[in-house]
Design a protein around this ligand. Sequence first.
Ligand code: URP
Ligand code: ZN
Ligand code: ZN
Length: 460
Amino acid sequence: MSILIKNGRIITASDDYVADIYVEGEHIAAIGQSLDRAADEVIDAKGLLVFPGGIDPHVHLDMPFMGTYSSDDYETGTRAALHGGTTMVIDFILQTQGDSLYNALRTWQAKSQGKAVGDYSYHMAVTDFNESTKAELVDMVEKEGITSFKTFMAYKGALMIDDGQMVALMTEIERLGGMVTVHATNGDMIDRLIAKHRAEGKLSPLYHYLSQPEITEAEASGRFADMAYYTDVPAYIVHLTCEGALNHVRDASKRNQKVFVETCIQYLLLDASLYEKDFEGAKWVMSPPLRQKKDQETLWAGINQGLVQVVATDHCPFMWEQKNMGKDDFSKIPNGHPAIENRFELLYSEGVNKGRISLNTFAAVSSTNAAKIFGMYPRKGCIAVGSDADIVLFDPNETHTLSVDSHHMNVDYSAYEGWEVTGKVKTVLLRGQVAIDNGEVKVGPGYGQFIKRNKVSKVI
Ligand code: URP
Ligand code: ZN
Ligand code: ZN
């Protein structure tokens, strides 16, 4: 199968030029002006932007969490991602405390194999670091191609590890050539605030927000950066939300330490005033919570300063009925919100279209940087000869409105209901196949492949 994409404006993290792309099999075979090649299919991309397929390195599909499961599975989640221009996701395997990493890996393989529509990889969340966990790490890196290891500094009793485990894990991961990633909030402080609010009868979603003040994230981010500095391990903070946390990363950069930072689309666009809507605020109950407008400004600036390299989603959807588990107690609302389908278009519309970031920066933070940080570049994250033909054809002028009525995520509300978006995903290629064409999906469950990843480094 071959496809010739004619006259598109190709945008990568570093380039911006008009050319043709010739795709043969799963890969990009040639790029050039007026390419004269016979092809099975010719796509006219005149007037369209041509981006590397989006990579969302923070999603939770079919994840057991807070007494229920996130409502998108590998089929619905990766299909919705494709509709929104995201060709690859990285999901999180959760080790069960007291059990092995390999058992957890097998559980996640059963969820994904034969079901995924788009490409995927896993981060391994180490929730119980001990001698037998330690012995499994080498095979995760060398045999399974899982080179990033997630840690939680919160959710005590389920996912959290303490600082002793953290330093021991970091030491081992550094030796093996992997990356340690973190949910950086101070779990003990948060648990104490939750208990205090509950004891005072303060039970609405607003108190979810008030139980996780900025300082809980800032403190943990600084502590994580210090432990990573001490152990010399490549380090990445997931879903960073606020000025206080980013200031610790800025400080770390002064000693020439690179701590990679991911923020999520919601922290750039939404703020904590949504928690004042009584129980409707449950739609945005997530951890960390939405912050202040000043934090949004800090994060946009952080992208342009090179301190924030990735914009992800932390996609973790729950049906409204599931959110209602916390109707009478905010601490029982399953944490997470849906965005896997919206990230790419929202980031273009609010970022590029509104002049906050450049086209090249858009390509970098929506795709290329994640590929580089997580050991997939240049197979993924770029438009170059030899790379996987993961390509998004994008109309920068078409406007549309986000709604639960038109989205493909398996969730019965939209966190962005009624948002007017400028720019639309028109055609998506995944490994050389047209996966989405004008809103229609062309590939099925099982097309998505597990992508083994390489070792990583402290710099990109
Ligand atoms: O609220 C969130 N973020 N839910 C998913 C789990 C996590 O902490 O990333
Ligand atoms: Zn988290
Ligand atoms: Zn998450």
